[in-house]
Design a protein around this ligand. Sequence first.
Ligand code: 9MR
Length: 369
Amino acid sequence: MKLIKPYLLAITTVFFVNCASKKEAVTLKDSYKKDFYIGTALSADQIEQKNPKVDSLIRKEFNAITAENSMKSMFVHPEKNKYDFTLADKFVAYGEKNKMFIHGHTLIWHSQLAPWMEKIKDSTQMKAFMKDHITTIVSKYKGRIGSWDVVNEALNDDGTLRKSIFLNTLGEKYLVDAFKLAAAADPKADLYYNDYNNEEPAKREGTINLIKKIKAAGGKIDGVGIQAHWRLESPSLEEIEKSILAYSALGVKVAFTELDITVLPNPWDLKGADVNQKFEENPKMNPYAEKLPDSVQTKLAARYASIFKLFLKHKDKISRVTFWGVYDGQSWLNDWPIKGRTNYPLLFDAVLKPKKAYNSVIELKEIKE
Ligand code: 9MR
């Protein structure tokens, strides 16, 4: 007995150390490395590595990055004759240092424009703006940025073209112009059209038409970004799958570019709700201010698992799945569509701990291989 005990202890220790180091080695990016990139959006603070714990989580789990805001027009091109690449340079250097796939977001978007851009009124000025803006930014990072959101959110939910300063000044030709300019500046970068709700039927049709038109007019378009700001109950897996199939049938890659899943009520779904109601002051709109109940945590895990199962089924068509943020505490969904709520849309919680949803995404791969 006396002899057996230390022997058993040694075996048990070896067993647990092995298990622990095996668990330690499991990460999102490694689990999915043969399937598609696993990315995250980076805030300005994350680009500047302000928090070492967040930084090591990013480097451990993700192999692709998108700047959440720092490459948008108002930041990189604040005045007509002035570019500011301070943060964009740091973002690209960070990706290179960590051997990550670097995605550029975004070149032509109606939102977050610099004030001077909003004043562009005629087609000559707009043409000159687009040429200078796209050529300057894309050439600066030629060969270093793997793919670009060339045009972002150009469609309405019914699939028609969104009224924007680009459409108003140039007509729909601005779309193909943008893709041609980007291709000329970096012929090897993958060029994407990126939007939200484009897994829904009407917008999907609009997106298909848009891609066909760009191709027919000689533009180079390599992919479509489905942003994937989703909910627990919708969109259906069926619509997501139809979209993956429909887009890839056009010969373009599919990326899920801004994935998150809100667990909070959406005031605009409340039929008959008084639009003047102060949602901010209504505690019903922020039901999990202290903690996410286990039942919802489990629902979120199941939703993520079913989505990733579908992604794996179509891994040959999917280039990248990027989360819109690293952890719950920093998500834009804490402030949209109502400010100051506590949301739980990502795989890591507010103190950076992997959630049940993280395990469900990892386990899909453990079972298979
Ligand atoms: O997450 C971004 C948030 O910090 C900004 O305030 C917001 C401004 O429009 O943009 C958010 O990111 C958006 C992305 O650039 C494009 N698709 C929708 C995203 C969420 O609004």
